[in-house]
Design a protein around this ligand. Sequence first.
Ligand code: ATP
Ligand code: MG
Length: 241
Amino acid sequence: MGVRKNRRDGILITFEGVEGSGKTTQLRRLATLLRQDGYRVVETREPGGTSVAERIREILLSAPGKPTMTEPMTAACEAHLILAARSQHVTHVIEPALRAGSIVLCDRFSDSTFAYQGYGRGLDLGMLQDMNRLATGGLEPDLTLLFEIPVATGLARRRKFAMEQNRLDREAHEFHEKVRRGFLALASGAPKRIKKIDGLPHPETVAVEVASAVRAFLTKARTQRLKTVMHAARARPGRSR
Ligand SMILES: Nc1ncnc2c1ncn2[C@@H]1O[C@H](COP(=O)(O)OP(=O)(O)OP(=O)(O)O)[C@@H](O)[C@H]1O
Ligand SMILES: [Mg+2]
């Protein structure tokens, strides 16, 4: 479970992976499935998710050379903007939804910061973790789905489906390779939280794997919470059973 003590029954599931790996496609499908199962679901994305954070997103993704953005963005500026947006998002969207007991599905979160700004741009990981804690107040995802595909496949998908090209699409292939390796290193360091999903098969097939991973997680989370509640009831003073 995440580290925040004041959250109630909500669950935070984050979707991570390189460009075009299928995060948004699978998030939407999972939201539909979970709603059919009777869960209250909040779909959101980073950077963004609030009016202030969406304004920051526009700056982050706009291509250099546009009249509004003439100079290149430094790695430090990029990191600060992303984390500024996250602070707004966590405070005004994610935390309230978790307190209300929703399942929050978030398209990119802290792991993207470590993969892109840390492994990709070369900023110090320890420093990014500290900055990230300031933005999240210590909130961590309960489950992270990492969609795994080769960089070239993801970028080709984005071009093939004529998705709007952004600042990151223009980065060198090697940058995206570093990011991909970064995600894999993060997954090795947190194997319980980060579940790798093969993003190459047909979306239907990927969705089956996602559903099975999430349902297994939810079953386990329910059992654990039940145990905690029973343990607390037993420990309450003045009650014999
Ligand atoms: N498993 C798949 N096989 C082939 N094409 C896919 C698959 N999943 C998604 N796509 C298509 O690839 C494109 C990128 O998918 P999607 O937008 O879900 O990726 P993403 O990880 O959210 O990308 P981004 O990082 O750019 O936000 C979309 O046009 C989508 O329809
Ligand atoms: Mg997307």
